[in-house]
Design a protein around this ligand. Structure first.
Ligand code: AMP
Ligand code: MG
Length: 412
């Protein structure tokens, strides 16, 4: 079987997966559930914001010309004809010599053309009538938040495919989106394979290990914004595995299996794909870890055969599964964000394949640096916990020196 496998470059493997992309549907969710979902329609302003001229301060709405000569020593006195808080309106017209006591956010009364702040005034009463003594002048249109000064009607605000953040949530609320059009989350099936696997709640037994991949992968699926559906773990038994996969594929948009894609005696996935008549897009990628990562299609579905080795499984998901989920969701950004960084340490290397090292990046004196997160063998799990990036080291070089420029794939 190994002889039949031709390694292809990582970029080509990613391209082959992305060429298959399937796009999802739109659904509506309540605004309070929209955080972190992908907006499925462009967001356009169908009204001005603010929708009316309003006061940005607590103070008095008045006519600027009435107090143009006002100073501390020579204050001008206006009659207070109304008192409005945010949400209230003064329905009469403000006339010469009048002022309306106005609180932040309240609508500027007709006839008023400026606001003086509370701290530049004194209030008093004379024969039961309230007056304000103004100690400063203001100019025409001073201290008014004008209609549309924040957002003008018709402005394109957020493009579809954007992940909804708290700020976008505020815009959606501002424009009355009680129900928000978002991309429907794909359901991604997860199956772990391997006769050595114990479920997480089982005590350890000789020769056995706990299945960590399934839970790791489900967390990765959630991180991308999809729904994981766990179908349990399978022993390395061909008929059982084939039956299970054939059954569950109907219930999911994509299916991930971990393990069994290598060339060992009990690696059954290649045979299962054959039996299912799936089209294998590739079964060998020029990368470490995860060179045996296999992706196949079956009608509209994609089967991701991720390696059993935990970090290879992790990397395989980030490189191949994440982009396709992003596509499905219609995201603007597909795949992990990439940045250029400098290596903080030497990394010896003797590998013809590209390496993806679990790394941590940090900003030091304004520059981005990356270093390995820990031990980097593909069967090791520890360094996955602290990794916040994958450091990509192109194959074929004898090693990389501290300070070399490298590409990192940001994980969070
Ligand atoms: P495989 O790809 O099936 O040959 O597995 C490669 C290595 O990964 C073996 O050492 C397996 O025991 C280990 N492995 C396979 N599946 C899992 C899993 N779900 N969780 C943790 N380790 C696994
Ligand atoms: Mg196995």
């Amino acid at each position: 079987m190994l002889n039949e496998r031709k390694p292809i470059p990582v970029t080509e493997a990613i391209q082959r997966v992305c060429d298959q992309y399937v796009t999802g549907e739109t659904e509506y969710v309540h605004l309070s559930d929209a955080y972190h979902r992908v907006l499925a329609e462009d967001l356009l302003a169908d009204q001005d914001v603010p929708g009316f001229d309003r006061s940005p301060y607590d103070g008095y709405a008045l006519r600027a010309q009435d107090i143009s000569q006002a100073t501390d020593k020579n204050p001008r006195v206006l009659e207070i004809v109304g008192h409005i808080g945010a949400g209230s309106v003064y329905s009469d017209r403000l006339e010469e010599g009048q002022a309306v006591r106005i609180m932040t956010g309240a609508k500027i009364p007709t006839g008023a053309d400026a606001v003086i702040m509370l701290e530049d005034t004194d209030m008093f009463e004379d024969k039961g009538i309230p007056f304000v003594s103004v100690k400063k002048s203001v100019k025409y249109h001073d201290n008014i938040s004008f209609q549309g000064e924040d957002i003008q009607k018709g402005t394109a605000l957020v493009e579809k495919g954007t992940v909804i953040n708290p700020g976008i949530t505020a815009l959606l609320a501002t424009f009355g989106y009680a129900e928000v059009p978002v991309a429907k989350k794909p359901v991604i099936g997860v199956i772990a394979t391997g006769s050595e696997l114990l479920e997480v709640d089982q005590p350890l037994e000789p020769g056995k290990i706990r299945n960590s991949n399934a839970y790791m992968t489900m967390a990765q699926i959630k991180r991308v914004g999809a729904i994981p559906k766990y179908f349990g773990q399978l022993t390395d038994d061909l008929p059982e595995s084939l039956a299970k996969m054939t059954e569950v594929i109907k219930e999911v948009d994509f299916l991930i299996t971990t393990g069994g894609v290598s060339v060992g005696d009990f690696d059954l996935l290649p045979e299962i794909y054959q039996e299912m008549q799936a089209d294998v897009l590739f079964n060998k990628v020029a990368m470490r870890p995860g060179s045996v990562t296999t992706v196949a299609t079956l009608q509209n579905q994609i089967l991701f055969g991720l390696s059993g080795n935990p970090s290879a499984c992790y990397v395989g998901f980030e490189l191949f599964t994440k982009p396709i989920i992003d596509y499905y969701l219609g995201k603007q950004e597909v795949g992990n964000q990439k940045k250029e960084a400098r290596l903080a340490v030497d990394i010896a290397k003797n590998n013809p394949f590209d390496r993806f090292i679990r790394g941590t990046y940090s900003i030091e004196q304004g520059e981005l640096f990356a270093r390995p997160a820990g031990k980097d063998k593909s069967n090791m799990v520890h360094s996955l916990a602290t990794a916040n990036c994958l450091i990509q080291l192109p194959g074929g070089s004898s090693g990389y020196e501290k300070g070399s420029q490298v590409t990192i794939h940001i994980l969070e």
